[in-house]
Design a protein around this ligand. Structure first.
Ligand code: FMN
Length: 299
């Protein structure tokens, strides 16, 4: 089967999992091309395929705005094409899949199923709030192993509790197997429903109705001129070209079209980018921890 796997990743969790998926499917004899949409941002250049995969992190109980924009630009195939949806999330993908399925449907792709892999949270405010509890991380991990169903909740306090385990790899492989079979047979499975309930206003509003402007307000990033090392990394990493460095300005400037992904924040080597509840680079995420690399990395 010719499979194209679209990828968006801010800090590497989804990247690691998507590359694993690519190797896993290739080992089963499929031709798989991984398209990092930050490096290849034009959906019009996508070739025809038998199956489309979409891999992106959950943000604000929804899929990333960057992936949504890419999906909106897909060229409609001559015949409808099957697709599968994959997320990494720290506990609750919310409306991630229903949103992506609707976008794909409008472009002539039918979502056959969706799956998410539990991964440490890279949301800086959460990591900052959890910092004083760093000592409890071991305890949190122990509890998470005993009570897997509570992992997302424990992850609120110890974001690394949501680190995937071997069972998560097996669940992913089983999902991929089902997607290949579904693509051949033409059937599909029900998409996962959000765990959160409508009476949880924050969660429901974020997932279904969150706009990029609201996300950027939640981030509220600004650049501290005194701390900035002038490396330009934030300009390079911004997926929506919101951070620019106009001639004559001493440091890069944050524009108005931020989508709240925190890519710049994580990239800044001197912690010069500050955000809501996370000043001076506190809570920066260094990418998938060793345990996660051991599970999904190349051996
Ligand atoms: C702005 C932001 C919002 C997030 N919102 C959610 C969320 O609603 N639910 C969730 O389970 N994880 C959430 N996360 C955690 C990420 O989904 C998780 O860490 C993911 O694995 C990051 O993938 P990446 O390293 O490929 O970017 C959020 C992270 C960020 C930065």
């Amino acid at each position: 089967m010719r499979i194209v796997l679209l990828l968006h990743s801010v800090t590497g969790n989804t990247d690691l999992v998507a590359r694993y998926v690519q190797r896993h499917l290739a080992a089963a004899g499929h031709q798989v091309r991984l398209v990092d949409i930050r490096l290849e941002p034009d959906p019009k250049q996508l070739e025809d395929m038998d199956l489309l995969g979409v891999a992106s992190p959950t943000m604000y109980f929804r899929s990333s705005f960057v992936m949504d924009k890419y999906l909106r630009g897909l060229i409609e195939p001559a015949e409808p094409r099957p697709a599968f949806l994959l997320a990494t999330a720290a506990g609750e993908p919310g409306a991630h899949f229903e949103g992506q399925a609707a976008l794909l449907d409008a472009r002539g792709y039918r979502a056959l199923g969706a799956h998410w892999v539990s991964a440490p949270s890279n949301w800086p405010p959460q990591r900052v709030v959890s910092l004083p509890m760093g000592l409890g991380k071991g305890l949190g991990r122990g509890l998470a192993r005993m009570l897997p169903a509570f992992r997302p909740m424990l992850g609120l306090f110890w974001p690394d509790c949501t680190e995937p385990q071997n069972e998560d790899k097996e669940a992913l492989e089983s999902f991929l197997g089902r997607m290949l079979t579904s693509a051949e047979r033409g059937d599909s499975e029900a998409l996962m429903q959000p765990l959160y309930k409508p009476w949880l206003p924050g969660a429901a509003a974020a997932g279904r109705r969150m706009t990029p402007t609201q996300a950027s307000k939640a981030t509220a990033t600004r650049i501290d001129e005194k701390k900035c090392s002038r490396c330009g990394g934030c300009v390079q990493v911004c997926p929506v070209e919101c951070i620019t460095w106009p001639v004559g300005q001493p440091v890069p400037q944050v524009g108005s079209n931020c989508v709240g992904c925190w890519a710049c924040y994580h990239r800044c080597p001197t912690g010069a980018i500050a955000g809501w509840l996370s000043p001076g680079g506190l809570g920066q995420y260094a990418g998938p921890p060793e345990g996660m690399r051991k599970i999904f990395g190349r051996h």
